[in-house]
Design a protein around this ligand. Structure first.
Ligand code: SAH
Length: 365
C-alpha cells in the first residue's frame, strides 16, 4: 500500500470520510508524501507541461503586460512583483528578461514567490537568484505596498468541494474506505443531504437532478485577499488558467500522471489533482471586495492582443528551420481554439483607480 494511501486510510478510520478539499490537501500538500513535496512534476519526464515551457513568448508577453502596468501605476518604487505558484521559475525568468528592457523597472522590483513545494523552491532559487527573491508559503505574508501579481495554473491546484443534487437536497462528495478491499483502497461516497447547502451558489440551487456543483473556498479566500490588497495598496493582477467563464454544473475534478488522465483515487500523492477554475466566482469576489475585474478573455485572444504574432515573426527571423518550426508550433499550441487558446482564460484584477489594463480594454467584466 502506498504510504499516503496508508495514512489516508488511518485518518479516515479515525475521523470519518474526507471531503474532496481535504483529500486534495493531503494528496498535494502532505508534508512527506504530498505530490508537490517530493518531485518536479514538469516537462517531458514529468506529468504535465505548462505554457511557459511550451514557448518563451508566453512569459515575454506577460513581462510586457507587467511593464506596461508598472508604467500605468506611475512607476512605483519599490513595487512588489509577486508570482503565485512559480513552478520551475521559467515564467518569471522570461518576465524579468523583458523587465530589464524597461528603464528603472528591475531596480524598482522586489520579487516575491509564493510556493509550498521545497523541490520547486530549489529550482526557482537556481533560476532566479540574480533577482534575490523572497519566498512565502502564502500571499498573506508578502509585505504591503504597490504590487503586480501573476499566476499561471495556480488556482486550478487549490482544493475544491463538490456537491450533488438529489431529490432531498444537496449531498457532499466524500472519500471513504472501500470496505470490499479489506480497507486498503478508497472509494467515493456522499454525505447525507441538506435541503439547502450554504456553499452551493444561490443561482445553482435549482440545478437539475444529479448535477454536480464545484466550489473552491480556498480560491475564493485567495481572491479576496488579493483584491483587498490591490485596493488598499494599488496594483494589478493577471490570472491565467483553464476553466469556465460562467459558474455552472460540472464535475471537473481530475488526476494527471505521465501526461495522461488517471483515476482521482487510484494513486494518492502520485498524480496531480486539479479542477477547472470558476472565473465567474473569482470575479464576483473581486468586485465584492471593491476591486475592478476584467475578462475573462480567452488565452488566444489575450496573447494575440499582446502581440504574439509579431513576436513570433521576430524570433523566426533569426532562427534555424527547426527552431522556426518550434516557434510556430508553440504559438499554435498557446493560441489555437482546439489547443490551449480557448480552454485557458485570462482575467485581471486591479485597484479601483486604474484604467482597464492592456489586453482588456474592451473586456470589462
Ligand atoms: N506557474 C507555473 C506552475 C504551475 S503548477 C507554470 O506555469 O509552469 C502549480 C504551482 O503552484 C506549483 O509551483 C505548485 O507547487 C504551486 N502551488 C500549488 N498549491 C499551492 C499553494 N497552496 N500555495 C502556494 N503554491 C502552491
Amino acid at each position: 500500500m502506498g504510504d499516503l494511501l496508508g495514512h489516508l486510510c488511518q485518518r479516515i478510520s479515525r475521523e470519518g470520510p474526507l471531503n474532496i478539499a481535504q483529500y486534495m490537501e493531503e494528496c498535494l500538500g502532505h508534508p512527506t508524501y504530498g505530490y508537490y513535496m517530493g518531485k518536479n512534476p514538469f516537462g517531458r519526464g514529468g506529468d504535465f507541461i505548462t505554457a511557459p515551457d511550451i514557448s518563451q513568448m508566453f512569459g515575454e508577453l506577460l513581462g510586457l503586460w507587467c511593464s506596461i502596468e508598472w508604467l500605468a501605476l506611475g512607476r512605483p518604487g519599490p513595487v512588489h512583483l509577486i508570482e503565485l505558484g512559480p513552478g520551475r521559475g521559467t515564467l518569471m525568468s522570461d518576465i524579468m528578461r523583458v523587465a530589464k528592457g524597461v528603464s528603472g523597472f528591475t531596480d524598482a522590483i522586489q520579487l516575491h514567490l509564493v510556493e509550498t513545494s521545497p523541490v520547486l523552491t530549489d529550482l526557482q532559487r537556481q533560476a532566479l537568484s540574480e533577482f534575490s527573491p523572497t519566498w512565502h508559503s502564502h500571499l498573506g505574508t508578502v509585505p504591503t505596498g504597490p504590487a503586480l501579481i501573476v499566476a499561471n495554473e495556480f488556482f486550478d491546484a487549490l482544493p475544491i468541494r463538490q456537491f450533488q443534487r438529489i431529490p432531498d437536497g444537496w449531498c457532499e462528495r466524500l472519500v471513504g474506505i472501500d470496505e470490499k478491499s479489506d480497507g486498503k483502497s478508497l472509494r467515493v461516497g456522499w454525505s447525507s443531504p441538506q435541503l439547502v447547502h450554504p456553499l452551493v451558489p444561490k443561482q445553482l440551487a435549482q440545478a437539475g437532478m444529479d448535477s454536480v456543483v464545484e466550489v473552491s473556498p480556498a480560491s475564493l479566500n485567495y481572491m479576496r485577499l488579493l483584491s483587498e490588497r490591490l485596493n488598499a495598496d494599488r496594483g494589478a493582477a493577471l490570472i491565467v488558467d483553464y476553466g469556465y467563464a460562467k459558474s455552472g454544473v460540472s464535475d471537473t475534478f481530475q488526476a494527471v500522471k505521465n501526461h495522461s488522465y488517471t483515476d482521482v483515487l487510484a494513486e494518492p500523492g502520485q498524480a496531480d489533482l486539479t479542477a477547472h477554475v470558476d472565473f465567474e466566482a473569482l470575479i464576483t469576489v473581486a468586485v465584492e471586495s471593491g476591486a475592478q475585474a476584467f475578462g475573462p478573455i480567452s488565452q488566444g485572444r489575450f496573447l494575440e492582443t499582446m502581440g504574439i504574432s509579431d513576436r513570433a515573426e521576430r524570433l523566426i527571423a533569426g532562427a534555424t528551420p527547426a527552431q522556426a518550426e518550434a516557434i510556430r508550433s508553440g504559438r499554435e499550441r498557446l493560441t489555437h481554439a482546439n489547443q490551449m487558446g480557448t480552454l485557458f482564460k485570462v482575467i485581471s484584477v486591479t485597484g479601483p483607480d486604474l484604467e482597464p489594463p492592456v489586453g482588456f480594454v474592451e473586456a470589462t467584466a
